[in-house]
Each structure stands twice: as C-alpha cells, then as structure tokens.
Design a protein around this ligand. Structure first.
Ligand code: BT5
Length: 315
C-alpha cells in the first residue's frame, strides 16, 4: 500500500513535469492515473506539504519551477538508476554510504532537498536549508586508495568551471576543498572512503553548493549564487552540466593534468595563508600545489613547507 502511494505521487510529479508548465485538470489527472479526483487532490496536497512546488489553479494543477526538479526521471537516459532523491535526510553522506554498500552503481548521486545534520570535515556543521544543492557522489573506480585525492580536486575544478560557464561568474577553488565567490564560501567538499584489500571500495564525495538558499543568515562568510545574481537558477542544469564534465574528466585519471588545471583556477596560490593542521599552525605565502595535491608554502624565514592536510585561511 505504502509503495503504491509513493508510485502514484511519483507518477503525478512525472505527468506534471512532462506537461512543461501547462496546467492539468484534476479530471485529466484522475483519468491518466485511474484514481478518483478526490484521491488526486489528496496526493497533491501531500506533495505540497512535502515541499514540492505545485500550484492549484482554477483550471487544475501546475508544477512551478520544473527546471529545478531533481527527481530521477528529470535527468536524461542512463540516470534513472543512479539518481537517489530525498526530500530530507540527516546527511547525504550517511545515505550514500548505505547505498554504496548495497550495490549502488559507480557515479550514483544521492541528493537531499534539506539536511538536518549536514556536516563538513571533522563533523563541523554544514547549513543545508532548502534551495541549496546538497549531494554525494558515489564513485567506485578501480584505483588504489592513495589516488583518491584526485577525485576531490577534479570535482572542485569541474564544479567551478560549470558555474563560471553557465552564469559567467568568477568562482575560484581554494585549497583543499572549497569554492569561493567574491572571496566568500560558495561550496564545500567532503570525501569519505572505504577500502577493500589494496583497492578503494568506494569514494563518496559530498558537495554542498549554495544556490537559491540564503546562507549568510547562518554563516556570515558564506555566499550563494542567488546572493550574487539576485535571481534563482536551475539546480538541475548545474548538476547535469557538472556530472557530464566530471565524468569526462575522470574517465582516464591524469593527476598532473587535473592538478595543472586546478592550479589555474585557484586563488590560494600567491595568497598569504594560515594553515591549521592537527596541533600545528603554518603561516606563509602559498607558492604551489604539487601533483599529490599537497600545498607548498614559503614561511617568513624563507623555508619551504609541504602540507598535506589542514584548514586553510587566506589572510
Ligand atoms: C566543508 O567542510 O566545507 C564540506 C562541506 C560538505 C557539505 C556537503 S552537503 C552534501 C554532503 N552531505 C553532508 O552532510 N555534507 C556534504 P569544512 O571545510 O569543514 O567547512 C565547514 C565550515 O563551513 C563550517 O564550520 C562553517 O563555518 C562553514 N559553513 C557551514 N555551512 C555553510 C554553508 N551552507 N555555506 C558556506 N559555509 C558554510
């Protein structure tokens, strides 16, 4: 019974989506779904309560913002079995871990409209209210764990390129895992990996991108695309463009090439930085990122230090 109800709701969304912004009457929907008009009304009310933008008009129902819908059937062929969409999760990272262990295919995407316990590195809080793009990529490449870092660099590079190309922005990548827009935090990336023997079993890359949400009210140093463009944009267009670019770039892994491109896109190199690692603080000028993804800084005494992990602040 529960599954049947979910299927009817999915079918309603699919029909409204395919109507491309046209209003469909309750009668038409009830005929197409072979249920009563009252049942149509009840399902639509439940969908609205769940946060779907459906408007009731005198002549029927219409889906608002169909371009922003992130349900599996909205993506092109080949995506239906690898897009996992949820209205609310504690964190897409936890759900992705479960799915990765239960045979989700390589390059699956776990999306939540809202996260109640979204997290950053070291379990820091990640504000994830509606309107943002909160997702985790499940990757199952045949690679040794030491190479996993390159997927993070590739993801931040591809996401920044996507946003710059689509919206004519100047998004920069910041070492090791942020996207900055006008010097403020637009996105953060978080990766988690499990290994089997000598190989990665899965690498999950969580991406939090502020799109149509207003994060500044919670986090003064955050920014969203809407803050800058002063309008809402299609999260699906961002995700589709990003996935195509990322899949193409990681088809054959070439660390030197990816790091080379990433370096052209970063505002970290050349900046004065403070790096906080476990129990240690480094300060200096960031001079390079090497092929292994490590940050190279020159400190005040002129000494060169190589840092493989830490929180980086541009000072
Ligand atoms: C990160 O951590 O930047 C990684 C964030 C990854 C979030 C995604 S959303 C999908 C997936 N599911 C999850 O549960 N997580 C991933 P870190 O470098 O530790 O930065 C965390 C810090 O960013 C926080 O301590 C805040 O200062 C700041 N912050 C929190 N929410 C923010 C937001 N929405 N926008 C910008 N900054 C934020």
């Amino acid at each position: 019974m529960v599954n049947k109800e979910i299927n009817i709701k999915d079918s309603i969304l699919k029909i409204l989506f395919q109507a491309s912004g046209e209003t469909l009457s309750g009668v038409r929907l009830s005929e197409m779904l072979d249920i009563s008009r009252v049942a149509v009304w009840k399902h639509i009310s439940a969908l609205k309560e769940n946060g779907f933008g459906i408007e009731s008009r005198p002549r029927g129902y219409v889906l608002l913002n169909p371009d922003d819908l992130l349900l599996p059937f909205c993506f092109g062929p080949g995506f239906e079995n690898r897009i996992f969409h949820f209205q609310e999760l504690e964190s897409t990272m936890d759900q992705a871990k479960l799915l990765a262990k239960s045979n989700a295919p390589h390059q699956s995407v776990v999306i939540a409209e809202n996260q109640t316990m979204g997290r950053g590195r070291l379990y820091r809080k990640w504000f994830s209210s509606r309107g943002g793009l909160w997702f985790t990529l499940i990757l199952k490449p045949q690679i040794p764990p030491v190479l996993s870092y390159i997927y993070n660099f590739s993801a931040s590079l591809c996401l920044s390129r996507t946003l710059n190309r689509l919206f004519d922005l100047d998004v920069k990548v910041k070492w090791p895992n942020d996207l900055l827009l006008e010097g403020q935090k637009l996105a953060g990336l978080l990766s988690e990996m499990e290994t089997k023997g000598d190989m990665a079993e899965f690498i999950n890359i969580g991406i939090g991108l502020n799109v149509n949400n207003m994060p500044r009210q919670y986090e003064p140093k955050a920014v969203s695309i809407k803050d800058i463009l002063d309008k809402e944009v299609s999260r699906r267009l961002i995700l589709e463009t990003f996935l195509a670019d990322f899949e193409e770039q990681t088809r054959i892994i070439n660390c030197r090439h990816i790091i080379g491109l990433w370096k052209k896109q970063t505002s970290t190199i050349g900046s004065r930085v403070r790096i906080e690692t476990f129990g240690e603080i480094f300060e200096g000028i960031a001079v390079d990122v090497d092929e292994s993804g490590a940050l190279i800084i020159r400190d005040r005494a002129g000494e060169i230090k190589t840092i493989i992990y830490g929180d980086c602040f541009h000072t």
